[in-house]
Design a protein around this ligand. Structure first.
Ligand code: SF4
Length: 475
C-alpha cells in the first residue's frame, strides 16, 4: 500500500542551524500520539538524534526539529495529528530553519500525500525506517529538500540506539528533561499477522517480526546500567514472539532468560492475544519472580457473533475460561482489558453480552472505545454501522458500570501493604512520590526523593477511581 520509494523535492530555503547553547546542542521537540509502540519509537528517535547534538526540549518554541509520532488506530487520534500538524505552520514561518518530521502510522499510511497536504512538513518517515531518522534528517538539511522515506523492509536497529537512555539522563543539563528512567519500554517484536477486521496495524506496521533475544538482553542490560528497574516488553502480540527467528525461542523462553540473565527488578509485557495465551505463559506469573502480577488481555466484545466478525479467533466462554485458569494459577493477578462498543452490526443483545462478560470477568481496569472506521480494514466496508448516538450511549453505560467495578477493586486494597516501585514525584499532589504496585495500581505517598527507583513497602489508606493513597512503611 505504500510506494516504498523515497522522493526528494527541492525547497528553496536553507538556513544555518542555530545552537541551543554553547555546547553545540539543538532542540528536539517530540510529540507522540497513540500506543506504547509509538512511545518506544519516539525514544529511539531521541536516542538517534542525540548523536547529532539534539536534546529534548519541553517548549515547542525552542525546537530546531519537531518529531511528530502519529497514530491512526482510531479516527480521533488521526484528526488530532492533522490539527497539530496544521498548527505548526506559523512556527515554521517564523523559524524557517525548523525541520518538521512526521513518523508513525499516519505517516506510513499517507506517505507523500502528507507532504502534499502540509507544505511546511519536511520529512515523512515510515514505521520501518525509524533507525534511519538521523540520516534522513541530515540529507534533508544538506539538500534543502523534502523527503518521504517509506521502505518496505525494516531498517533494523542500530547498535548506537540500543539501550541508551534519552540524551544525557546520567548527566542532565538544564536543556534536558528530568530523568525518567525508572521504567523503560523494550520492543521484542513488531507488526502483526492477525488481521482483526477493525485494525489497521498489520497494514501500517507490516507482518510480525521478532527481535533476536541476544539484542533484547543487551538492550535490557544497558538500560539497567543507566538505572532502569522495570522494563515493559512491547509487541502487538507478544505470545507469537520467536516465530521466524533462527534461534528456537518462545516468549516464555525469553521471559525466563531475562529473569535469569539480567538484574531488572520488574518485568511487564503487553499486548497478549487471548487466542494465543498458553498455560505455559500463565504459569510464568506464578514462577518468575520479577514478572509483575498484571496481564492486559484485550477481549474487545462479549458476543461470539461480534467476536467472529472481528476475526478475533476465540469465544467469550473461551476467554472467561482462560482468565479463570489464570486466576487459579496466580490468585493475586490483576487483569485489564480493552473493549470496542458499537462495532458494525452490534445489536443491543450483543452489547448486553459484553456487559455480562464485564460482570463475570471483573476486570481491575478497562480501556473502552467507540468503534471508528479505519481505512483498508474489512470492518470499514461493513454496511451495518451503529448510529453514533447509540454507540455513545452504550459506551457511557459500559464505562459507568466498569467504573464501579474498578473503584470496588481499589477499595479492596485499603489496609493492604504493597510493594511499590517509586517512579518519581506525583503530578497531582505536592511533595508526594508516585509509583506502582506489581498489579499496576498507581500509589501516591509521602517519601523522600531518594526513594525514586526503590521498591518501598506502602500501606494503602485510601482508594480513588484511578489511584490509591498510601503511607510509606519502609524501603
Ligand atoms: Fe490489530 Fe488484532 Fe494485531 Fe492487535 S492482534 S494489532 S488488534 S490485528
Amino acid at each position: 500500500m505504500n510506494s516504498g520509494a523515497a522522493s526528494l523535492r527541492p525547497r528553496s530555503m536553507k538556513m544555518p542551524e542555530p545552537l541551543l547553547n554553547s555546547g553545540g546542542l539543538r532542540g528536539l521537540y517530540v510529540r507522540t500520539f497513540g500506543c506504547q509502540m509509538n512511545e518506544y519509537d519516539s525514544l529511539r528517535v531521541q536516542r538517534l538524534l542525540a548523536a547529532m547534538g539534539y536534546v529534548p526540549v519541553d517548549e515547542i518554541g525552542r525546537a530546531d526539529v519537531i518529531f511528530l509520532n502519529t497514530c491512526s488506530v482510531r479516527g480521533k487520534a488521526e484528526q488530532k495529528v492533522h490539527s497539530f500538524l496544521g498548527s505548526l505552520r506559523r512556527l515554521k514561518d517564523a523559524k524557517p530553519h525548523l525541520k518538521i518530521i512526521a513518523g508513525g502510522c499516519v505517516a506510513q499510511q499517507l506517505g507523500e500525500k502528507l507532504l502534499d497536504r502540509f507544505d511546511h512538513l519536511d520529512i515523512v518517515i515510515g514505521t520501518r525506517a525509524v533507525s534511519s531518522v538521523a540520516q534522513v534528517l541530515q540529507r534533508v538539511q544538506e539538500s534543502g529538500g523534502r523527503l518521504a522515506w517509506l521502505p518496505e523492509t525494516d531498517d533494523g536497529y542500530q547498535m548506537s540506539e540500543i539501550g541508551f537512555p534519552t540524551p544525557d539522563l546520567r548527566h542532565p543539563t538544564p536543556d534536558t528533561r528530568p530523568p525518567t528512567s525508572v521504567t523503560a519500554p523494550v520492543t521484542v517484536m513488531q507488526g502483526c499477522n492477525n488481521y482483526c477486521s477493525y485494525c489497521i496495524v498489520p497494514y501500517v506496521r507490516g507482518p510480525e517480526r521478532s527481535r533476536p533475544a541476544g539484542q533484547i538482553l543487551e538492550e535490557i542490560r544497558l538500560l539497567e546500567e543507566s538505572g532502569v528497574r522495570e522494563i515493559l516488553l512491547l509487541g502487538q502480540n507478544v505470545n507469537s514472539y520467536g516465530r521466524g527467528l533462527d534461534e528456537k525461542i518462545t516468549f516464555v523462553g525469553l521471559l525466563r532468560r531475562i529473569a535469569r540473565q539480567t538484574g531488572v527488578a520488574r518485568i511487564r509485557f503487553t499486548t497478549s492475544h487471548p487466542k494465543d495465551l498458553t498455560d505455559e505463559l500463565m504459569s510464568c506469573f506464578a514462577e518468575i519472580d520479577p514478572l509483575c502480577k498484571h496481564l492486559h488481555l484485550p477481549v474487545q466484545a462479549g458476543s461470539d457473533r461480534i467476536l467472529a466478525r472481528m476475526n478475533r479467533g476465540y469465544t467469550a466462554a473461551g476467554y472467561v475460561e482462560k482468565i479463570r485458569r489464570l486466576r487459579s494459577i496466580c490468585p493475586e493477578i490483576a487483569l485489564t482489558s480493552d473493549v470496542i462498543v458499537g462495532f458494525p452490526g452490534e445489536t443491543e443483545d450483543d452489547f448486553q453480552k459484553t456487559m455480562e462478560l464485564l460482570d463475570e470477568a471483573r476486570f481491575d481496569n478497562l480501556f473502552s472505545f467507540r468503534y471508528s472506521d479505519r481505512p483498508n480494514t474489512r470492518a470499514a466496508a461493513f454496511s451495518d454501522k451503529v448510529e453514533n448516538s447509540e454507540a455513545a450511549r452504550r459506551l457511557l453505560e459500559l464505562q459507568s458500570y466498569q467504573a464501579d467495578i474498578t473503584l470496588g477493586k481499589n477499595l479492596a486494597e485499603v489496609g493492604s501493604v504493597r510493594d511499590v516501585l517509586v517512579e518519581g514525584t506525583s503530578r497531582a499532589s505536592n511533595g508526594q512520590m508516585t509509583g506502582r504496585t506489581t498489579q499496576n495500581r498507581i500509589v501516591n505517598f509521602e517519601a523522600p526523593l531518594s526513594s525514586i527507583g526503590q521498591i518501598c513497602s506502602v500501606k494503602v489508606v485510601f482508594a480513588y477511581s484511578h489511584s490509591l493513597k498510601g503511607v510509606f512503611i519502609a524501603k
